[in-house]
Design a protein around this ligand. Structure first.
Ligand code: AMP
Ligand code: TRP
Length: 336
């Protein structure tokens, strides 16, 4: 039996942070041996909000190098850049024409980002989830490992696939495969370290709110020193009155690879003065090998370019076949 297929992606906007790592990439690494994996740097998504053309290419390298540095293994996984394959844009157009406008207007992430942008909302921002659906459906992905915030987009992807199948195929021979979100409980929602009620995000204006994968040990120390805590002695999970405490314990649990019960016991009588240095050390130790590998890869652009070129060729073979299948189903005249 052939392996099930996995697809996921991250946008090359800003630095990757612990939320991206624990919510997404770390899980990709852990499951990759079991599946046939495609990991994409979704640079077409990166221009749905105003972007800087002088840093886009570098940011794209940065994410691809971080995939490798975090442990994505080319023996099991294909890494590629979304804009290198025109099939993503092309399928987006075809899907656009069968997606009701009000499905997109309902998307939480669109509403949140649109509010932030005021007058400047582009059609691309509204269309973002259809492009994401195209990314996934092109590869006949069975599973899509993402953080909790992407759940609604995955449901939309399934709805679009069902609609296309209903309108243009038979139940016996569907054109598109229905994917499933794979959301791991721990790490699915890493919160800001300056406000435990908001998710850690690349777009938070304050860099102090997040720990980036490439932050230096000094900066990590400074951020943890300044992070938000509370005046209560003794640390505990799951107290709705203490979202920051829960989040920081959670980070410590995952990165130290201890169990929740172990950490609950270890930290039950601790004060913040004792816990913060421990957390700082744990984060620095967990990120150090990733940072070392990242710098080595970024110093070897010949290698990185080769990875992306081979990745695009491999991904293109799969994507092009799906695109032809969809175009045939929609009744297009083939280019013979
Ligand atoms: P993005 O930064 O929006 O490109 O997200 C890339 C991946 O990281 C997606 O799978 C997100 O669900 C995940 N992610 C982003 N922020 C967080 C967070 N604060 N906690 C957990 N996962 C996250
Ligand atoms: N929208 C996703 C995010 O912000 C990124 C993304 C784009 C993605 N295309 C995808 C994730 C396909 C999984 C699969 O996190």
């Amino acid at each position: 039996m052939s392996k099930q297929r996995v697809l996921s992606g991250v946008q090359p906007t800003g630095n990757l942070h612990l939320g991206n790592y624990l919510g997404a990439i770390r899980n990709w690494v852990e499951i990759q041996k079991k599946y046939d994996n495609f990991f994409c740097v979704v640079d077409l998504h990166a221009i749905t909000v105003p972007h800087n053309p002088t840093t886009l290419a570098q940011d794209t390298y940065n994410i691809a190098a971080l995939y490798l540095a975090c442990g994505i293994n080319l023996e099991y996984s294909t890494i590629f850049v979304q804009s290198h394959l025109s099939a993503h844009s092309e399928l987006t157009w075809l899907l656009n024409c069968i997606t009701p406008l009000n499905w997109l207007e309902r998307m939480i992430q669109f509403k949140e980002k649109a509010i932030k942008q005021g007058e400047n909302v582009s059609v691309g921002l509204l269309d973002y989830p259809v492009l994401m659906a195209a990314d996934i459906l092109l590869y006949d992905a069975d599973l899509v490992p993402v953080g909790e915030d992407q759940k609604q987009h995955l449901e939309l992807t399934r709805d679009i696939a069902v609609r296309l199948n209903d309108q243009f195929a038979t139940p016996e021979q569907p054109v598109l495969k229905l994917p499933q979100a794979l959301i791991r409980k721990e790490g699915a929602r890493v919160m800001s370290i300056t406000d435990g009620t908001r998710k850690m995000s690349k777009s938070d204006p304050s860099d102090l709110s997040r720990i980036n994968l490439l932050d230096s040990p000094e900066l990590i120390e400074k951020k943890i020193k300044r992070c938000k805590t509370d005046p209560i002695k003794g640390l505990s999970f799951d107290d709705p009155e203490r979202p920051e405490c829960h989040n920081l314990l959670n980070l410590y649990t995952i990165l130290s690879e201890k169990s929740k019960a172990e950490v609950a016991q270890e930290c039950a009588d601790m004060g913040w003065g004792q816990f913060k240095p421990l957390l700082t050390e744990t984060i620095i130790t967990a990120l150090k090998p990733i940072q070392e590998r990242y710098h080595a890869i970024m110093d070897d652009k010949v290698y990185l370019n080769r990875v992306l070129k081979e990745g695009a060729a491999k991904a293109g073979t799969v994507a092009d076949q799906t695109l032809v299948r969809v175009k045939n189903a929609l009744g297009y005249l083939p280019n013979l």
